[in-house]
Design a protein around this ligand. Structure first.
Ligand code: GTR
Length: 420
């Protein structure tokens, strides 16, 4: 007989229309079938169940990890000598020849590069490598820094977003920075217009997989957010094997729609040591129930391709969702998560993101981790340490919908607190 907390196979899960309504947030410690989560093993089963429910009703089922092939090109002395750039082309030999590949750019601090020609007094930290922040970029790797060595992807100019990514600061703080361009793997609405309207997605990597071969029923095929997260996982596959990278200290960050992908990637992959969803909003950290900013109807109306086709069945029926986003946050536990938000970024609903963290926090406690300290809210110049931020915290700055140096200082302080 099936173990107590095992969900029925995806094809036997109820249609969205048949799910009961509950205006309260689903309890992390009560299974879909109504059983209590009492032991650690129960939580592991509940976590697997939660992720399957998110696959079935929210983000869609992605294909299994594929075979990958890599080709790397290394350029020392980029960014005025501060870094070594390694560009890795990640391709998929078992997919059709026209399948997209991922061009990952990795910048390691020059003094941490085991092959660098720098004078390190023979005392280099190379044996252990450095932690790496993996960021999903919107418009091409070349926008993150102004350096001719980076391969151009798309139309945006070099360095266009250097004040956003602050790669100089990341490297100064002793971290590596890796990035890939989401549109290279799965084009977004801006690039493909109405081609993907109607839910799910047929563009980019989606086109190279037979939707019928994915595990779920029709309506549950992976959308664009799941594809971007899948791409982050492929970058993690590769990063872990790069000399100079500390494999167990890979953090993932994305902004907004890419923040949704970052938290989905982090929730589903325990190799990701720290998760930073930046202003991720609806479909990210922010709750779907009672959201008076971006509703499920708003987001599935404007961006149907981001999600599984069936997610729009919850437009105006959020109370019927068997999950809400706090359960996704909870799947990161006991690993650390810093939710960074702009207090003027109303559409992302920082208050409801904070509610989501608070509802997830008991899972850290259940797993004997530090979890949330106090009300789990820091801002501006507040000190960020293990004692003030714990494992789960929202950090705010007085900005609208953007990323800048002030956020990076906080993010790197949080990372130091966990990685040192
Ligand atoms: C908005 C969308 C948000 C967020 C944002 C972005 O239009 O409603 O959910 O993803 O785009 O990605 O900047």
């Amino acid at each position: 007989s099936a173990p107590a907390h095992e969900l029925p196979p995806p094809t036997e899960l109820p249609d969205p229309a048949d799910l009961p309504a509950d205006p309260d947030l689903p309890d992390p410690f009560e299974t879909f079938g109504g059983e209590a989560v009492e032991r650690r093993a129960d939580w592991l089963a509940r976590r697997a169940e939660i992720l399957d429910l998110f696959r079935r009703y929210v983000y869609g089922y992605a294909p299994d990890p594929p075979e990958i092939e890599t080709a790397a090109e290394r350029t020392p002395g980029v960014l005025d000598g501060a870094a070594t750039l390694t560009e890795v082309t990640i391709s998929f030999p078992d997919l059709p020849a026209d399948a997209p590949s991922i061009t990952m750019a990795l910048f390691l601090p020059a003094n941490a590069d085991p092959n660098a020609d720098t004078d390190t007094d023979g005392d280099s930290p190379a044996e252990t490598g450095v932690p790496v922040v993996l960021g999903l970029n919107r418009a091409g790797n070349q926008v993150t820094v102004a350096d001719d060595a980076v391969t151009i992807l798309g139309d945006a100019p070099r360095g266009a977003r250097q004040e956003f990514w602050c790669v100089d600061r990341i490297l100064d703080r002793g971290y590596g920075f890796a990035t890939y361009f989401c549109g290279e793997l799965a084009p977004d609405s801006e690039d493909v217009g109405g081609a993907t309207a109607g839910g799910g997605s047929t563009a980019g990597i989606h086109a190279t997989y037979d939707a019928a071969a994915l595990p779920g029923p029709p309506g549950s095929e992976w959308g664009t957010i799941a594809a971007w997260a899948w791409g982050l996982h492929r970058c993690v596959d590769v990063l872990r094997a790069v000399e100079g990278v500390r494999a167990h200290q890979i953090a993932v960050l994305g902004h907004s729609r890419r923040g949704k992908a970052a938290v989905w990637a982090g929730a589903t992959d325990e190799r990701i040591a720290l998760v930073v969803p930046h202003q991720s909003g609806t479909g990210g950290v922010t709750l779907s129930r009672a959201n008076d900013q971006e509703s499920v109807a708003d987001i599935t109306g404007a961006f149907p391709h981001w999600f599984a086709d069936d997610f729009d069945a919850f437009a105006g029926r959020e109370a019927h969702l068997p999950v809400d986003q706090h359960l996704l946050v909870a799947c990161v536990a006991p690993r650390p998560l810093l939710d960074t938000e702009g207090s003027l970024d109303f559409w992302a609903n920082p208050d409801l993101a904070h509610e989501s963290l608070r509802a997830a926090a008991p899972v850290w406690t259940f797993l004997d981790a530090d979890g949330m300290v106090g009300d789990g809210l820091l801002a501006g110049d507040d000190e960020i340490s293990r004692a003030t931020a714990g494992d789960l915290c929202q950090y705010r700055r007085d900005t609208e919908h953007t990323l800048n140096r002030g956020y990076w200082d906080a993010i790197l302080d949080f990372a130091d607190a966990h990685f040192e």
